[in-house]
Design a protein. Structure first.
Length: 317
């Protein structure tokens, strides 16, 4: 567990005080209830709560003992957040004075200063809030990417009938993958992480990519399309969940090999993954880069609708 030394004794000279502390094990259910109504924005944070992950921190109002914000440090350098008071001005629980907001910011700043944060990941306004604090601490921002948050509740008639297999899909074998497929999927995972994830000053080694893929195959749902190529079976496209929450399964790692694009393969693989999510009684969500029009069109055709804004920011290590 990460070490975080911050006094849990509220400041005495304010009428309403706050404390920033580690989440207690017997508070997980309370934390789940706290974020559930906006789980679509923080599915990875919900997964951390449900999976028993450590390094969860809460901002608490000492007067009414209610949570005001929740944070998770993942892999020692990625910060996930839920900060509802930034966008819920009419919520009486967050009717804070300027001095109270100042105290909150000081507590959050002290926490952030104690961590080695490389990536901030979550709802747009929350990421902007944390980003401003990090920049105020002279942390160098190396990349900031804006996304459209989308959801699919499977009301489209597409999901009331069988998948229509197009002529050029008939040689494809689309199936759910396991750890045994790790070697076959490594090229796709490397391509995805190079094109969609890698940022300046942060290139992942093959060993790291293999570790990430193996971890995903163990914990998440991955579907891939396999096609005969020059006498061998090659993985040409994949789609996966990257966070499994209480009500939402978040999709990520959607990628098609460069040599096999413009064939509709991603549509075919996504339909299999989405039907799997639907069968488990969950709603699907994902975030897509604002300027990625082809991807937004694909997701719209699959029944996804925009639900908000998301942002990921990377800082120099």
């Amino acid at each position: 567990m990460l070490k975080f030394r911050l006094s849990s004794t509220p400041t005495k000279n304010l009428k309403t005080n706050f404390t920033f502390r580690s989440l207690l094990e017997n508070e997980r259910e309370q934390a789940v209830h706290f974020i559930e109504y906006r789980e679509i924005e923080c599915t990875a944070l919900m997964e951390a709560l449900l999976s028993g992950a450590e390094n969860l921190f809460v901002l608490e109002n000492c007067q009414n003992k209610k949570f005001c914000a929740l944070f998770h440090i993942r892999n020692e350098s990625t910060l996930l957040h839920f900060i509802p008071f930034l966008t819920e001005e009419n919520n009486p629980d967050y009717n804070f004075t300027i001095s109270q907001l100042k105290q909150i910011r000081e507590l959050v700043t002290e926490f952030i200063q104690s961590q080695k944060i490389f990536c901030v990941y979550g709802e747009h306004f929350g990421t902007e809030y944390i980003k401003a604090i990090l920049e105020g601490l002279n942390k160098k921002l190396i990349a900031s990417m804006d996304y459209v948050l989308m959801k699919n509740d499977f009301t489209s008639e597409l999901y009331s009938k069988e998948i229509v297999v197009k002529e050029n899909w008939k040689n494809l074998n689309v199936r759910k993958c396991s750890l045994e497929d790790s070697t076959k999927l490594i090229e796709l995972e490397r391509g995805y992480r190079t094109e969609e994830v890698a940022v300046l000053e942060h290139k992942e080694s093959d060993k790291v990519v293999q570790y990430i893929l193996s971890k995903a195959l163990s914990a998440q749902i991955i579907f891939a399309a396999f096609e005969p190529v020059n006498g061998t079976i090659k993985a040409v496209a994949k789609a996966a969940t990257n966070a499994k929450g209480k009500n939402f399964y978040q999709i990520g790692g959607v990628y098609c090999h460069r040599d096999f694009r413009n064939n509709g393969y991603m549509n075919y693989v996504m339909q299999h993954l989405l039907r799997c999510i639907k069968a488990e009684g969950k709603t699907a969500n994902l975030f897509v880069k604002i300027k990625n029009e082809p991807a937004k069109k694909l997701y719209a055709n699959l029944g996804f609708i925009p639900e908000g804004k998301y942002q990921i920011a990377y800082f120099q290590k």
